[in-house]
Design a protein around this ligand. Structure first.
Ligand code: UTP
Length: 480
């Protein structure tokens, strides 16, 4: 038998094995076009089916209703307690956190596997120009903070970045093209997250093309499993990392590593040191952020859509919202905690969140690509905040919106590049004012546009720098 016919026979056998497996889970239609595919396409389809572990995904679909996140009932919910912005033990906690960071015990971790559909940027979201005057991309802003902190502590701070199979190659190329933003490339550990297949109203998986199953990244909660399967956890252990500073790619204002937060998390009695979170006070009952609550003595985040209106609108005696602690997706997780949660496949027990989405698919009848006008399928996702109640005692720390939360999610309106820029200008103005430099304002709004590079200052305590002007003129645009 010639080499090519041997390969052909092997491929046919693989197709038959896969067909049997798919038949056993009632998903045989995924091979509908297999006879029309060339060898490479056929291999790609079989590889993808192996990789997604479709039998496990089919079980998920079957019990989807059971394992779906169920919001707790109204009377089971209490507001979560939180550590105030300036806690009494602030200095001591900050010192403890700084010691851990300086000792090389804390790693930065960015989740950057999302699809960024709302922003509509052509490329990984981390490549989006986010600083308001110089247009530095999000990844550069984080890299500069990490670089500044590493230089100060004299220890390399490793940076773990979760991509998705969809944007992994582009993200890697972006880092290479930018010479790793001046960081030691061996301190950057990039890995793609897993995917989950979408399913239609009959519980059938769908084909995105004739040779590809329709899948989506498995949500930021997929980061726990991906940290394990990528070898990141082992890498952290080998480097002596104890704590993971988790943040999202779309928040240019985030403190990638915050000594005070680290110190409160690892050492405060309100924390088991396993998983802690930052919150900001909600500005209105209807603000669309998840809220920190307590259910059965465990801290958790309840999504705004799941929080009963009566609770969302409840106020305390002083008129402030009872359920005030809004989640901004900034967490600390201990390596031990992630290790425990992911030791074996069954120990990863985050609930599935389902969302109805428009998923383009190839029609089995006509072979044409159908782009639905209305949601036609269910997408499954895991959320990182569902790990919070799995921690023994979970600390929530209050921070200030303008200091740490300027997300870029939408092309315009709220949480857009424009709203983020305003928040970034306001923060720079405050930092200068805290350093004794007067910033002209009108109706409270700064009249100058100021951008401060993380390489110049990580906070007001680093200002003024040598090149900081003593006076700021109205209308000035200043980069420090
Ligand atoms: P979002 O929930 O804002 O989703 O992600 P998104 O995919 O970026 O944007 P849309 O909804 O399509 O417009 C919040 C954070 O979680 C990461 C994102 O990259 C972002 O940092 N994320 C989200 C992942 O890493 N993986 C996912 O599967 C989903």
């Amino acid at each position: 038998m010639s080499h090519s016919s041997l390969r052909e026979a092997e491929l046919q056998q693989r197709v038959e094995d896969t067909r049997q497996m798919l038949r056993s889970i009632d998903q045989e239609h995924l091979l509908h076009f297999v006879e029309e595919l060339d060898q490479d396409e056929c291999c790609a389809l079989l590889d993808q089916i192996d990789l997604i572990n479709l039998p496990a995904a089919a079980k998920i679909v079957l019990k989807a209703q059971d394992s779906e996140f169920k919001a707790p009932s109204e009377n089971a919910i209490q507001p979560a307690s939180f550590v105030p912005h300036h806690p009494p033990n602030e200095d001591e906690a900050r010192q403890r956190g700084r010691k851990l960071i300086d000792g090389g015990k804390v790693a930065a971790f960015t989740v950057a596997g999302g699809q960024g559909t709302r922003l509509g940027w052509n490329g990984p979201k981390g490549s989006f120009p986010a600083s308001p005057l110089t247009g530095k991309p999000l990844f550069r802003l984080f890299a500069e903070q990490i670089r500044a902190m590493s230089e100060r502590s004299g220890k390399t701070i490793p940076w773990y970045i979760m991509t998705s199979p969809i944007n992994d190659a582009d993200t890697r190329a972006f880092f290479t093209d930018n010479n790793f933003f001046g960081l030691d490339r061996t301190s950057i550990f990039m890995f793609p997250q897993g995917v989950l297949p979408s399913f239609d109203d009959d519980g059938k998986f769908m084909l995105a093309t004739r040779s590809q199953v329709a899948v989506n990244p498995d949500g930021h909660g997929g980061s726990l499993r991906a940290l394990r399967t990528s070898g990141a956890i082992e890498d952290m252990v080998a480097r002596g990392i104890q704590q993971i500073s988790y943040f999202q790619v779309d928040n240019p204002a985030v403190k990638t590593l915050d000594p005070l937060f680290v110190g409160l998390h690892a050492g405060d009695p309100s924390s088991s040191g396993e998983m802690s979170s930052k919150m900001i006070p909600k500005i209105s009952a209807g603000e669309k952020v998840g809220v920190f609550c307590e259910v059965e003595d465990r801290t958790c985040v309840i999504e705004y859509s799941d929080l009963p209106v009566a609770l969302a609108e409840a106020v305390t005696q002083d008129g402030s919202l009872t359920y005030i602690a809004g989640s901004i997706a900034i967490h600390l997780l201990s390596v031990e905690f992630v290790d425990r949660l992911t030791r074996d496949e069954d120990s990863i027990s985050l609930p599935l969140h389902m969302a109805r989405k428009k998923v383009p698919y190839v029609s089995l009848e006509s072979g044409a690509l159908i782009k639905p006008d209305s949601p036609n399928a269910t997408k499954l996702e895991l959320f990182i905040f569902d790990a919070i109640p799995l921690a023994e005692r979970s600390m929530v720390y209050e921070t200030e919106r303008v200091e740490e939360f300027a997300p870029i999610k939408n092309a315009d309106g709220g949480d857009s590049p424009a709203s983020s820029a305003e928040l970034q200008f306001e923060r720079s103005a405050r930092w200068l004012e805290a350093a004794g430099i007067k910033v002209p304002r009108e109706n409270g709004i700064p009249l100058a546009k100021i951008e401060i590079s993380p390489l110049s200052a990580l906070g007001p305590e680093d200002l003024p720098t040598e090149d900081t002007p003593e006076e700021i003129e109205p209308g000035a645009e200043i980069v420090i």
